[in-house]
Design a protein around this ligand. Structure first.
Ligand code: DON
Length: 317
């Protein structure tokens, strides 16, 4: 049993009920079809994990496919942002490189790049590519090693590594991201070599994680940047706060407003089927469900979170 700040209780029974409810919707969606390696995944998988840190020892509750590996995809945008803010400072990053406003457009949209001097926010592809170009390091390898080291710490899992076949698949089919990156280079936003930056971006998206790993990452964000297991400060508190705010307004792409109304938690999704949810001062939730809606968000995952938000005494709205 996991105590959620004394006001709501997440038990294995509750998660089982959420899973049962979420499973009813999975058939309505599909795996990401624009990356062949993601399309091949079994869309009927679904799992959820919660890591609470109210007491001295963090508690883990999980059901379903919570230990099945999937690629982190856009949830990596949280981790690259932590690094870039650390390397360049929040003023430079959020002023010169990306904004902090939702777009209302799909995550891979190009349409607003011509009308604004920088991408609207760091969670759309254009914004994340600009952010990736701000990570310090002498080569893509060195930058990716820094990303991987931080990911392993945030997820409390030293085994986390790259899914090579998804990485190759991303690279082969990533022309839209290439178009975004070259446009950003031409307008002076993207720093350094375009192909090196894209290679880093593709690799960061292709790191393999589980719902348990994502719950641990979410718990660090919910705990103001401190890992509830190692007690190490892993994220500067100002970054953790900015990221949670961005998750609320931009984390589910052009589905962020609807998600805020139906669930009311900060969240960040990825097209691998993951969703990260930090509940401040209480717990981190990680979800895996690769059947996606038309906006690229996990259908079963959203439904499980809707169920939990109804049952828990913890909504923002
Ligand atoms: O850039 C891409 O197309 C993907 N590798 C990541 C996008 C993603 O996860 C969007 N998520 N909902």
């Amino acid at each position: 049993m996991l105590l959620a700040g004394g006001t709501g209780v997440v038990t294995q029974e509750l998660l089982k009920d959420a899973l049962k409810y979420g499973k009813c919707f999975v058939r309505n969606g599909n795996t990401a079809n624009y990356i062949p390696e993601l399309q091949r995944v079994n869309k009927y998988q679904l799992g959820i994990c919660a890591v609470g840190f109210d007491g001295d020892l963090p508690e883990v509750v999980e059901v379903g496919d919570s230990r099945v590996p999937f690629t982190i995809q856009s949830i990596s945008k949280i981790i690259s942002l932590i690094l870039a803010v650390r390397d360049r400072g929040p003023d430079y990053l959020f002023h010169d490189k990306v904004g902090v406003e939702p777009t209302g457009d799909p995550f891979n949209s190009i349409v607003k790049l011509e009308t604004k001097s920088r991408p609207f926010n760091p969670f759309i592809n254009a914004g994340a590519i600009a952010v990736a170009s701000c990570i310090n390091g002498t080569s893509a390898d060195e930058k990716f090693d820094r990303f991987l080291e931080l990911t392993r710490k945030l997820c409390n899992n030293k085994e986390i590594s790259l899914n090579e076949s998804v990485y190759q698949s991303e690279k082969e089919t990533g022309d839209r991201n290439r178009a975004l990156a070259y446009y950003l280079k031409a307008s002076g936003v993207l720093e350094g070599d375009v192909e090196e930056c894209l290679d880093l971006y593709f690799r960061m998206c292709s790191v393999s994680v589980t719902a348990l790993d994502i719950a641990n990452l979410s718990a660090v964000l919910a705990n103001q940047g401190k890992c509830p297991f190692s007690k190490e400060m892993l994220i500067e508190p100002h970054s953790a706060k900015a990221i949670r705010a961005l998750m609320l307004t931009c984390g589910m792409y052009d589905g962020s407003g609807e998600f805020a109304m139906s669930v009311g938690f900060p969240a960040k999704s990825g097209v691998g089927g993951g969703i990260a949810v930090p509940l401040v001062g209480r717990m981190g939730i990680g979800v895996f469900g690769p059947s996606l809606d038309e906006k690229g968000n996990s259908i079963g995952g959203i439904k499980m979170l809707e169920f939990l938000s109804e049952k828990l005494d913890y909504q923002l709205f």
